[in-house]
Design a protein around this ligand. Structure first.
Ligand code: URA
Length: 209
């Protein structure tokens, strides 16, 4: 699939395996989610444009590349996406941060928006939307719809784990969006949880269960 990138780096796979373990506690879980976001961000941002600037080293003056052009916005989908924000801002400290709040109807599993605030203007920015879990794809599709309605044009999405159903749906609806996935899991169960997955990412990041 064009624009879909499944990460196969051993460090990411190893850290995801620790996340899956139900005995992994909140503190370690939160740290690992952030570390995975750094590793995924490193790959997802490899096409950031560079421009040469002049720098005086202790030896001589040289022209040397620095990141130029597009500014970055990280947009976590609340609440679990918050766990990935520091990973991206570690790489790009100047990034602005937007928020999209969606909750899943417990019966229909459809997403409903309850909060949204994006950096303005958003159209010149590269937007990195983050959410640890891509399950049905409903929330991700709504979040990308929302970003596009606000003028967002250049969008990358990062998910630690995806279900095949959600990945297919998101890619079909938004083929222009680049999707980065840490691991593609087997399937969704009848409660729209990813299997084998890691449970409820928000609860595990925030220790609310
Ligand atoms: N969201 C989660 O946190 N976990 C899942 O398995 C599916 C959606």
């Amino acid at each position: 699939m064009d624009n879909v990138f499944i990460m196969d780096h051993p460090l990411i796979q190893h850290k995801i395996s620790i996340l899956r373990n139900k005995e992994t506690g909140t503190n370690e879980f939160r740290k690992l989610i952030e570390e995975i976001a750094v590793l995924m961000g490193f790959e997802a941002l490899r096409d950031l444009p560079l421009e040469d600037v002049e720098v005086e080293t202790p030896i001589e003056t040289c022209r040397t590349p620095m990141i130029s052009g597009k500014k970055l916005a990280v947009v976590p989908v609340l609440r679990a996406g918050l766990g990935m924000v520091n990973g991206i801002t570690t790489l790009v400290p100047s990034a602005k941060i937007g928020h999209i709040g969606l909750y899943r109807d417990p019966v229909t599993h459809e997403p409903h928006e309850y909060y949204c605030k994006l950096p303005d203007p958003i159209d010149q920015r590269l937007i990195v939307m983050v959410d640890p879990m891509l399950a049905t794809g409903g929330s991700a599709i709504s979040a990308v719809n929302f970003i596009k309605q606000h003028g967002g044009k250049s969008i990358k999405c990062m998910f630690v784990i995806a279900a095949p159903e959600g990945l297919k749906r998101l890619h079909e609806v938004h083929p222009d969006v680049q999707i980065y996935v840490g691991h593609l899991d087997r399937e969704l169960n009848d409660r729209a949880y990813i299997c084998p997955g890691l449970g409820d990412a928000g609860d595990r990041i925030f220790g609310t269960k």
